[in-house]
Ligand binder design. Sequence first.
Ligand SMILES: [Zn+2]
Length: 286
Amino acid sequence: MAEIPKVKIAVLGGSTTIGAGFPRAYEGVKLIAENLVFDTPFGPTAPFYHAEVYGKEFLYVDFHGINKEVRNTEPDSSGERVFYVLWKAGVKKIIGTALCGSTNRLLDPGDAVIPDDFVDFTTKRPQMLMVNLQDKGMDVPRYSYRLHQPLCPTISDHLVEGATVAGFPRVFKRGIVGVAEGPRLESPAEIRLRWQNLGIDIVTMNLVPEVFFARELGACYAALELVSNYGEGLIDPRWEGNTAFRDFQKQWSRPSAEALLHAIKEMDPDDESCGCSELRWESILL
Ligand SMILES: [Zn+2]
């Protein structure tokens, strides 16, 4: 098993970056190590990359650390394994990325949304990283935290700029994500009633637990969400699963990767002026 390096930045890839050759296929990226499988109390991780760009080192894992062996549901989920690694690495800035469906009728496939809030509809995801580590016999503190600023405004600004520079025709600097358990997609009534009536703009199966595990670590987190399809029952039902995602990836996976790299370029991993790191505290519960 590989030793976890000390790194301050992490990128959690999604369907947006699968097949994009990220991070090796991009100018200026130096690959330090690849195929790094780390041992964690929850089991081994999916393979990580350790790379450097613009003089900054980062860790990258494909598809949120989910693969055939590692599920995103409890117990011993991908989220717990990945965030154990990020905690041990001392990561301070985290970028996630995912494809999403639209629920806001103004959105179209190819739109980039940098969300500023979320609603969690998942049912099988881990909720507390440190408590789960205590359950594994580790002596670690528990944290409580606030989520009135769930996504880091500074990294979000960098992603808005990155998506614009990378050529996305429309980039939205706010939006509410509805996170579904999946793996199934929603029915038209779920889109219309459950999602739309709550003011949710996009639906995805990711972002949870990343958005609150990052807070538990005292790290900043922001996400690049790309609309790949209309939510069921909205506007145009004529899209076909795999074809839609494949076509979308062909056109947009490289610009997605470029947007992520731009955010790393602009980012100061030691800057805490956004305040995210102060939104957690040690819990009075032991
Ligand atoms: Zn922040």
